[in-house]
Design a protein around this ligand. Structure first.
Ligand code: AP5
Ligand code: MG
Length: 190
C-alpha cells in the first residue's frame, strides 16, 4: 500500500485537490476533519467531545484521530493506497503513524504539502463559509485560532518530514487547475 500525506494550512485546498487525486491514483481519501464532522452530525459521544474543540479552532486529542486512522487502514480494501488529509497534525501523530505502518513493515510514501500565505487562508475560508456553512468557518476568531494552531502545532511537521526526505512542497496560490497539475506532476513519480 502507498501512504500519501496531503499537508497544508487550513483552506490551502487539501479537500479540493484530494478529490482529483484519489480518482486518478485509486486512493482512499481519509480526512480526519470530515470524519469528525460526521461524528458531530450523528451526535455521537466522540462528536460531542470534538465539537467544542473544533469550534474553538483547537485540535482534538491525538488518541481520537489516531484511532480513526487505524480503523480505516484495517477496513479499506481494493485501493492502491491512502491519501491522508489533515493527519498527521502534530509530531506525536506523525510518530504514531510511523508506528502503525511499521507493524506491517510499511512506511509513508510521500508528503504533498500545499502552501499558501496566511492572508489567502482567510480569503479562501471566508469564501467557503458562504457556500458550505461549516461551523468552524463562521467566525474570524475561530479562523485566527486555526491559523495559530497550525503554525504552533502542525507546521513543525515540515521539519520532521524534510528529515526523512519525503517532503514535497507545492505552491498553492495558483488556480485550482494550476495547483492540480503541479500535484499530478509530483504524484506521477511515486
Ligand atoms: P479539517 O477539516 O482538516 O480543516 P482544515 O485543516 O482547517 O482544512 P480545511 O478543510 O479548512 O481546508 P482545505 O485545505 O481542505 O481547503 P479546501 O480544499 O476546502 O479540520 C477541521 C478541524 O478538525 C481542525 O481544526 C481540528 O479541530 C480537527 N482535526 C482534524 N484533523 C485533526 C487531527 N489530525 N488532529 C487533531 N484535530 C484534528 O479549500 C478551501 C476553499 O478554497 C474552498 O472553498 C475551495 O473551493 C477554495 N479553493 C481551493 N483551492 C483553491 C485555489 N487554488 N484557488 C482558489 N480557491 C481555492
Ligand atoms: Mg478540508
Amino acid at each position: 500500500m502507498k501512504y500519501f500525506i496531503l499537508f497544508g494550512p487550513p483552506g490551502a485546498g487539501k479537500g479540493t485537490q484530494a478529490a482529483a487525486m484519489v480518482e486518478k491514483y485509486n486512493l482512499r481519501h481519509i480526512s480526519t476533519g470530515e470524519l469528525l464532522r460526521k461524528e458531530i452530525a450523528a451526535g455521537s459521544e466522540l462528536g460531542l467531545k470534538a465539537k467544542s474543540l473544533i469550534d474553538a479552532g483547537a485540535l482534538v486529542p491525538d488518541e481520537i484521530v489516531e484511532g480513526m486512522i487505524e480503523s480505516e487502514f484495517k477496513t479499506v480494501k481494493g485501493v492502491e493506497g491512502f491519501l491522508l488529509d489533515g493527519f498527521p497534525r502534530t509530531t506525536e501523530q506523525a510518530a504514531a503513524l510511523d508506528r502503525m505502518l511499521a507493524k506491517t513493515s510499511e512506511e509513508v510514501t510521500a508528503v504533498v504539502s500545499i502552501m499558501i500565505p496566511d492572508g489567502m487562508i482567510r480569503e479562501r475560508i471566508k469564501h467557503r463559509a458562504s457556500i458550505e456553512g461549516r461551523a468552524d468557518d463562521a467566525s474570524d476568531e475561530t479562523i485566527s485560532n486555526r491559523i495559530a494552531t497550525y503554525h504552533e502545532k502542525t507546521e513543525p511537521l515540515t521539519g520532521y518530514y524534510r528529515n526523512t526526505g519525503k517532503y514535497n512542497e507545492i505552491d498553492g496560490t495558483g488556480t485550482i487547475e494550476e495547483v492540480r497539475s503541479k500535484i499530478f506532476g509530483l504524484m506521477d513519480r511515486f
